[in-house]
Each structure stands twice: as structure tokens, then as C-alpha cells.
Design a protein around this ligand. Structure first.
Ligand SMILES: Nc1ncnc2c1ncn2[C@@H]1O[C@H](COP(=O)(O)OP(=O)(O)OP(=O)(O)O)[C@@H](O)[C@H]1O
Ligand SMILES: [Mg+2]
Length: 253
């Protein structure tokens, strides 16, 4: 397990003149399953977006991925290096199908021609794993999709693009119980087969059914409060954020 995989140091992010992240630091190793925990508004999605390069945020600090400082790179270069972000609220893109979008990202990241047949072959295989209809991929991206369908479509894209670092921002919100369990299994299989790392943001933990996180990063008000092992996830589930944050405050006092 290489340690020089993802390292976030002193990450500051602002939007609309408001500082949201006040110096966030943590690491994720190669093949590691890490969970980013925190209350609503703590800054989890902002961390995810800043790593991916969302232009809405003004950022400073350092985000090193595979030895490269990615903070000044455009989104497509980060994707080319193998970073993938599944959005908390996937956007609708009229006029572009999922198949076309996957093809263009593949061409961008591989720097060359990719045939539609190749893309459709991959999509058929992934759709089988997810239990979805392949015709969703021929519809305009996310347009008119239900909440759960949008989330499944994110995983379909992930499986097609084969990233090394997968950031999942509430992938389980909107999924029914069966779909949540199935996606957890699909994520487990992809991790075993590819050796990828996960940085998972979640509120309902169902997505972790088949995944064993070895690291939990707890953020509050734009700061990392604690980096612990996976047992912190269970503690939060049992006691809630307020109690866990108070306990940690007492530990450090
Ligand atoms: N573009 C923006 N402009 C202004 N404020 C923003 C912007 N994006 C995020 N924020 C604010 O930054 C804070 C952190 O937001 P963020 O979406 O990162 O929280 P979160 O931890 O993902 O919460 P949740 O669990 O509810 O998804 C919130 O107070 C939010 O309103
Ligand atoms: Mg969020």
C-alpha cells in the first residue's frame, strides 16, 4: 500500500467571499477505504469538490495525488490522473447522452479516439452488474432521471472510466434498500479488482455494507477534528455527531 497516493495539506477553500475550509489536512493511501464524516454543512462536499477542481471554489494549500500537485490542474487533467467524483446532486445535461459523455471523457483522458462500440460494450457489462437498463445510457445525461437512477448512473460512469481514486459524495442518498446493498457490493468488487482507493461521504452507512473502511476523517466547521480508524463510523452511527464531537474535545483537552 503506497502512502504517496493522496495527500491533502492545509486546504483552504472559499466561495462567494466566504471561507468554508480553514486548512484541511489528511491522507488516503493506495487501496485504502476512507470515510469523510461530519454534520450537514461541515464542509465534506467542499473537500470533495476542491480535490476534483470545481471552479466555484477559490482554493489554496496543497493536494498531491500520485506525487503531483493537482491544485492548479484543470478538472480533465485530474481525471486523466485517475480521480473521479460522484456528485451529491448530479446535474442534468440536455443534449448529451451518458454514452457520449463517457466516450468524450475517455478520449480526453486517454488522449485518443475511443469507439462508441467499445464504450457501449463497457456500459452493457456495468449495467448488468448494477441491474440497470442499458437504455438509460442513451438518454440525455440525468435528464428526467429519478434520484436513485441518477446515483446509479454515477456508478455506471465510474465503472466505465476505471479511476484510481473514487470520491463518492452521498452515493447512497435516494437509493432504495436493495439498490444500496447492490451498489455496495459493486463497489467492493471494483475495489478488489482494481485496487482503487475510496473517499466516501455518507450519512446512512448502508453503502458501507460490503466495504470495511480503515480510516475515518471527521470534519466540523471546515476543519479536521480527528482522523481515526473505521470504528469511528460505528461510534457516530450509535451516538450521533454531537456526542462524538464532545468526546473528542474532552480527549484533547
Ligand atoms: N458556492 C457556495 N457559496 C456559498 N456557500 C457555500 C457554497 N458551497 C458551500 N457553501 C457553504 O459551505 C458550507 C459547507 O458546505 P458543504 O456542501 O461542503 O457541506 P457538507 O458537509 O457536504 O454538508 P451535507 O452533509 O449537508 O451535504 C455550508 O455552510 C454551505 O452553505
Ligand atoms: Mg455534502
Amino acid at each position: 500500500m503506497s502512502k504517496d497516493f493522496l495527500s491533502v495539506s492545509d486546504l483552504v477553500a472559499s466561495a462567494s467571499e466566504k471561507e468554508i475550509l480553514h486548512g484541511v489536512s489528511f491522507e488516503v493511501s493506495e487501496g485504502e477505504i476512507a470515510v469523510l464524516l461530519g454534520m450537514n454543512g461541515a464542509g465534506k462536499s467542499t473537500v470533495a469538490s476542491a480535490i476534483m477542481g470545481d471552479p466555484r471554489f477559490k482554493v489554496s494549500g496543497k493536494v498531491k495525488f500520485l506525487g503531483k500537485d493537482v491544485l492548479k490542474m484543470p478538472v480533465f487533467e485530474r481525471a486523466r490522473l485517475g480521480i473521479f467524483l460522484s456528485f451529491q446532486s448530479p446535474i442534468e445535461v440536455p443534449g448529451v447522452t451518458t454514452t457520449e459523455m463517457i466516450r468524450s471523457v475517455k478520449e480526453e483522458t486517454k488522449c485518443g479516439f475511443v469507439s462508441l462500440d467499445e464504450v457501449r460494450g463497457g456500459i452493457t457489462e456495468s449495467a448488468k452488474k448494477l441491474g440497470t437498463n442499458i437504455w438509460f445510457a442513451e438518454r440525455d445525461l440525468n435528464v428526467g432521471f429519478s434520484g436513485g437512477e441518477k446515483k446509479k448512473n454515477e456508478i455506471l460512469q465510474m465503472l466505465s472510466l476505471r479511476p484510481k481514486l473514487v470520491i463518492l459524495d452521498e452515493i447512497d442518498s435516494g437509493l432504495d434498500i436493495d439498490a444500496g446493498a447492490r451498489i455496495s457490493k459493486v463497489l467492493e468488487e471494483y475495489q478488489k479488482e482494481s485496487g482503487c482507493s475510496y473517499l466516501i461521504v455518507t450519512h446512512n452507512m448502508r453503502v458501507l455494507k460490503h466495504l470495511k473502511p480503515s480510516k475515518a476523517i471527521l470534519v466540523d466547521d471546515g476543519r479536521v477534528i480527528a482522523v481515526k480508524d473505521g470504528t469511528l463510523v460505528k461510534q457516530v452511527e450509535k451516538k450521533g455527531y454531537k456526542a462524538v464531537l464532545e468526546e473528542i474535545q474532552k480527549e484533547v483537552a
